[in-house]
Ligand binder design. Structure first.
Ligand SMILES: Nc1nc2c(c(=O)[nH]1)N[C@H]1C(S)=C(S)[C@@H](COP(=O)(O)O)O[C@H]1N2
Ligand SMILES: [Mo]
Length: 329
């Protein structure tokens, strides 16, 4: 019989129950297999899914393990609908694979296992960490965050991952460490964008030790309850939901604690447009994009931009003593 067994993770977010959201891919596959005849909603979801253009997870190699179950942390309420799944995985900025938004099929060719993250610099416990070991050791949760690109578009994305502070607790920054530097992997065999030699590769990003320790600073290893696809920075990236998206380095291979303020990829290219702080502010325009409003990818709705992307209650206190600094844009 030609019945394709539905996989639980093919259920669109809008139809997923909270249990499905936390169950994880393998558990759902087993559940769907056991109850295939008794699960009309799952079968219907599969029919719906077949007409979808993008399903990057079917293209991930078998070496990428399922994510463990992740409970959604309801402390962080996005206040708007989650972006339809196909958009965050097919509309991307990842210059290592090219400078247009449609790099997802190219990025999917990047092997993401095995993957080690080197943590070095001013820490008591430097080391190389296997990404799956970290996931097991720290554990993961789900957070739905707003994501705001300086190009004046936004999305709302359910990341699975852990708070950066939990990794810092393991490596123990020394008192002299003032900044954290994030370096994206360089894989010229698959990252065709690296041939564009006028860009200052590798991609570097940075933040202060206080920003790194903030509860919002998150290290996603998953998206929509599934492994983080390479186009979104898989297997391991950073997100600062109150800053413009360019600060959130993807596919990180190295994290360095330092007393020197890192000069980022975008800052090296054009410091007047891409500052170190880059906190979202509707009143400070970028030279090419007004930041007063943003377009939501998926619904195409235009909504007002919020100060700190709406996360001021968590982060405004980080910036009270920095009057001389260009904190926005
Ligand atoms: N290494 C690397 N990280 C990167 C980028 C990049 O080009 N290279 N683009 C940034 C920009 S401009 C944005 S808006 C976000 C986009 O993340 P997404 O594709 O998951 O939405 O990733 C950021 N991280
Ligand atoms: Mo961006």
């Amino acid at each position: 019989m030609l019945i394709k067994r539905p996989r639980g993770w093919e259920i669109p977010e809008s139809q997923a129950t909270p249990e499905q959201a936390v169950l994880g891919r393998r558990a759902l596959m087993a559940a769907a297999g056991a109850g295939a005849m008794l699960a009309p909603t799952v079968a219907k979801a599969q029919f719906w899914r077949r007409s979808e253009p993008a399903d990057p997870w079917t293209r991930l190699p078998a070496t990428v393990p399922d994510l463990p179950p992740a409970m959604r942390n309801t402390r962080y309420q996005p206040g708007r609908d989650i972006t339809p799944e196909r958009d965050p995985v097919t509309f991307n900025n990842f210059y290592e694979f090219g400078s247009d938004k449609g790099i997802w099929t190219t990025a999917l060719k990047m092997p993401t296992r095995p993957w080690t993250i080197k943590v070095d610099g001013m820490v008591e416990n430097p080391g190389e960490f296997d990404v799956d070991d970290i996931i097991r050791r720290i554990g993961i949760e789900e957070r739905v965050y707003r994501l705001r690109c300086v190009e004046a578009w936004g999305m709302t994305v359910p990341w699975s991952g852990f708070q950066l502070s939990k990794l810092l607790d393991i490596v123990k920054p020394q008192g002299s460490a003032k900044f954290v530097r994030f370096e994206t992997a360089s894989k010229p065999e698959v990252m065709t964008g690296l041939r564009q030699s006028w860009y200052p590769w590798p991609h570097i990003e940075g933040c202060t030790i206080e920003e790194a320790g903030n509860e919002l600073t998150f290290m996603p290893v998953g998206l929509f309850g599934k492994p983080l696809p390479p186009q979104n920075g898989g297997p391991f990236r950073v997100v600062f939901p109150w800053k413009y998206g360019f600060k959130s380095g993807k596919s990180i291979a190295r994290i360095t604690l330092t007393d020197q303020r890192p000069v980022s990829f975008w800052e090296t290219l054009q410091a007047s447009e891409y500052g170190f702080w880059a906190n979202v502010n509707p009143e400070v325009p970028h030279p090419r994009w007004s930041q007063a409003t943003e377009r939501l990818i998926g619904s195409n709705e235009r909504v007002p931009t919020r100060m700190f992307n709406g996360y001021g209650e968590f982060v405004a206190g980080l910036y009270t003593n920095l009057q001389g600094e260009r904190l926005y844009a």
